[in-house]
Design a binder for this molecule. Structure first.
Ligand code: DSN
Length: 424
């Protein structure tokens, strides 16, 4: 096909022929991603290559088991793809053993819990409102319902993890596992200090690096691999390898982890997603990805600095990672995170309302907003653009009902998305 024919045919013409309603929604989603600023800290834009791999015919294949030891015939190409994903992951993170089959970060955590805990065993993890994650033991999640959970908090004054406090809490609670790794913690995690707390009570240490997989792989964040007993992550956030999860551990835990994932917690792996992981990991094994990861962090710092200049309270005073957590209460006592999220979405900037340490509102309409830079950095944004983004956030949050302000902000979003196109 000529370029013109390809453009005319459109991205989803097979889907359109079979199902116009779904094709419309898929087209609209591409348009939405092109025309908005994706700042949900856990999101990113994968490459066309990862998209293609995830849309491949491997979706048809059952491959229960592991390469060379499957329960079904016809797995030779599934084996190739899974072996490539594993080898590349080992190289990226330096792990002895890798399981690439978890369907998500939560499934990866479930795999580790299944491998090492019995129902009623004890988990010590960070409170959700302080930046933890549901799968670390929230009462609404299987982990909270299956295990006995106690939670630690960040220091209310500094917003940093309190490693001494964690150790004291561990000595009192005597957990079977301490979970480190977070979904709304903007500072570098000192995994050795968490390990010291775990060692003090002879507990396992599970480091969930879902948010920072890419930063760790690129060496711009300390690595827990070789420190913690188990490292879990998701593969679609900072690592840009498409939706899924991953577990890393030493060889001595390999069989326990593999058996816990399959047949313990999952059935057939999503081999098309494993193919996406393989392709995304290959892309991440390049100097270009290292530069990307460093830019993600530089951009987050630029965003935090400019928001602070506008008078916003940045939790912990800044960031070392890909995300910025803003406590709106001191600067905008009458504006909830939900109001800010809605007004920003109206102008095309998509982030999420988030709880903050010492939360005084509800998780459904909390007091903060969380903004991440992985997606915008993939689009090619640098620090200068992040300052413009911070100005949009500040102007809209200062006047969420002012239509003139919002029209100006929407025009600036259009300018930024035009300057840095996506999925052309
Ligand atoms: N829901 C993701 C996040 O936004 O942090 C984590 O699973």
């Amino acid at each position: 096909m000529s370029q013109e024919q390809i453009e005319e045919a459109g991205r989803y013409d097979e889907v359109r022929a079979a199902d116009p309603a779904v094709a419309d929604a898929l087209d609209d989603e591409i348009e939405r991603q092109r025309d908005t600023l994706a700042m949900i800290a856990s999101e990113n834009h994968v490459s066309e290559a990862v998209l293609e791999a995830q849309g491949s015919a491997l979706t048809n294949k059952y491959a229960e088991g592991y390469p060379g030891e499957r329960y079904y015939a016809g797995c030779e190409h599934a084996d190739t793809v899974e072996e490539l994903a594993i080898e590349r992951a080992k190289e990226l993170w330096g792990a002895e053993h890798v399981n690439v089959q978890p369907h998500s970060g939560t499934q990866a955590n479930m795999g580790v819990y299944t491998a090492i805990l019995d129902p009623g065993d004890k988990i010590l993890s960070l409170d959700l409102t302080h930046g933890g994650h549901l799968s670390h033991g929230h009462p609404a999640n299987f982990a909270g319902q299956t295990y006995e959970v106690e939670q630690y908090e960040v220091d209310p004054e500094t917003g940093y993890l309190d490693y001494e406090g964690l150790r004291e809490q561990a000595e009192a609670f005597k957990p079977d596992v301490i979970v480190s790794g977070f979904s709304a913690y903007p500072r570098e995690v000192e995994f050795e200090r968490v390990q010291a707390a775990a060692d003090a009570v002879d507990a396992y240490h599970l480091a969930d690096i879902a948010h920072i997989t890419g930063l760790v792989a690129a060496g711009v964040h300390e690595s827990p691999v070789g420190v913690a007993d188990f490292v879990t992550g998701s593969t679609h956030k900072t690592i840009r390898a498409g939706r899924g999860g991953i577990i890393m551990c030493d060889e001595k835990h390999a069989d326990d982890i593999d058996n816990a994932v399959f047949p313990g917690a999952q059935g057939g792996p999503l081999m098309h997603n494993v193919a996406g992981k393989a392709v995304g990991f290959e892309e991440a094994l390049t100097p270009k990805f290292e530069a990307y990861a460093q830019q993600v962090v530089d951009n987050a710092e630029a965003l935090a600095d400019r928001l602070a200049d506008h008078g916003f309270e940045i939790v912990s005073g800044g960031t070392d990672t890909h995300l910025v957590l803003v406590d709106l209460r001191p600067s905008h006592p009458d504006t909830t995170g939900g109001t800010a999220e809605d007004a920003l979405e109206e102008v095309g900037l998509v982030l999420n309302a988030n709880t903050v340490p010492g939360e005084t509102r509800s998780p459904f309409d909390p007091s903060g907003i969380r903004a991440g830079t992985p997606g915008l950095t993939t689009r090619g944004f640098g620090e200068a653009e992040m300052q413009r983004v911070a100005d949009i956030i500040a102007n809209v949050v200062d006047a969420p009902d002012d239509e003139t302000v919002k029209a100006e902000a929407a025009a600036e979003v259009d300018a930024l998305t035009d300057e840095h196109p996506l999925y052309e």
